[in-house]
Design a binder for this molecule. Structure first.
Ligand code: CP
Length: 327
């Protein structure tokens, strides 16, 4: 694996999931694979799970991980080619990324969308500029439109749970929109849709209010329904997530509380397990009664972030020759 920015960088999802679950059973199986290698974790936005799980994963592989909160501690970066830097940006990515590529063997980067300009966000300029200029493998810790480490974790968690319940048939997975007080990115929903559609091992339904359509490039293959109760019928897994509007970009049209998942709604399902990437706004996005119930997989899901990151870093370490020129 040369980079990890979407499901398109993965040859075989099930093999990667199996690798992650093998690491969960034996975290230090490859404790020398990353010896003498260093990963830079660059954050342009806050994080709890992604930051810490990737640090733990790197440590399990014997890598050194250094975190840099670029947004708080670094110079303001410019990403546009040919920019006249007379505004607030101080350092061009063309100058910063090659230096980072000398300091680190792998760079992992979290960016976020502006939610103001769809074309800019969906061009994924930030992560593509890092890839172009860093000269080392790049791992997405969430980009403007996708969150692949989260989606890999989600499939790991579903597979782990299916084995426990011995669900052999195709599970029915429902991604449902949920209310939220702020406009949120579409990343998690886009990425989950892209991975489940590529995986092809589930019946996949997406449900959301009118006008909350996601980008068809990610949802194509899923059944899309605007009636949440209809969508939830016989679901085995319900993935709860808010996202802001895609077409009229980055808006919150309504916050209809009736879209929040409750125990009453769960009765419609096949006693579904409930997933959420976290952080979650309790009793806005998802109810206490669900989050604190035996149906909730959220803690298991978040803990699996370590094994997803470890499987990805292991693939990158194994396939990179890591020849680095002089500083
Ligand atoms: N789910 C997730 O990416 O969590 P963090 O934002 O805390 O990293």
């Amino acid at each position: 694996m040369k980079q990890f920015i979407s499901v398109n960088d993965v040859n075989n999802i099930n093999s990667l999931v199996a690798k992650a679950l093998a690491y969960k059973a034996n975290p230090f199986a490859d404790k020398h694979l990353g010896a003498g290698k260093r990963i830079g974790l660059l954050f342009l936005n806050p994080s709890l799970r992604t930051r810490l799980s990737t640090q733990v994963a790197a440590s399990n592989l014997g890598m050194e991980a250094i975190v840099f909160n670029v947004d708080k501690e670094g110079w303001a970066l410019e990403f546009e080619e040919g920019a006249i830097m007379s505004g607030n940006t101080v350092e061009h990515i063309k100058d910063a990324a090659p230096i980072l590529g000398k300091y680190f063997d792998v760079l992992a980067i979290r960016t976020f969308p502006s939610l103001k300009n769809k074309e800019d966000d969906y061009s994924e300029l930030y992560i593509h500029q890092f890839i172009k200029y860093a000269g080392v493998p790049v791992v997405s810790l969430e980009s403007a439109t996708l969150h692949p480490l989260q989606s890999l974790t989600d499939i790991i968690t579903i597979q782990e749970d299916r084995k426990l319940l011995t669900i052999n048939d195709r599970p029915k997975i429902v991604l449902t929109w949920a209310p939220h007080v702020k406009p949120l990115p579409q990343c998690v929903a886009n990425s989950f849709s892209q991975w489940i559609n590529t995986w092809k091992e589930a019946d996949f339904v997406i449900t959301h209010p009118q006008d909350y359509e996601l980008d068809e490039r990610f949802t194509k293959g899923a059944i899309i329904m605007h009636n949440q109760d209809e969508a939830l019928k016989n679901a085995d897994y319900v993935y709860v997530k808010n996202w802001s509007t895609f077409n009229d970009y980055g808006k919150v049209y309504e916050n209809d509380p009736s879209w929040m998942l409750t125990n009453e709604k769960l009765q419609i399902t096949n006693n579904a397990k409930v997933m959420h990437c976290l952080p979650v706004r309790r009793n806005v996005e998802l109810s206490d009664e669900i989050l604190d119930s035996a149906n909730s997989l959220v803690t298991q899901q978040a803990s699996n972030r370590v094994w997803a990151a470890q499987a990805v870093l292991s693939e990158i370490l194994a396939s990179s020759n890591f020849f680095k020129g002089g500083a």
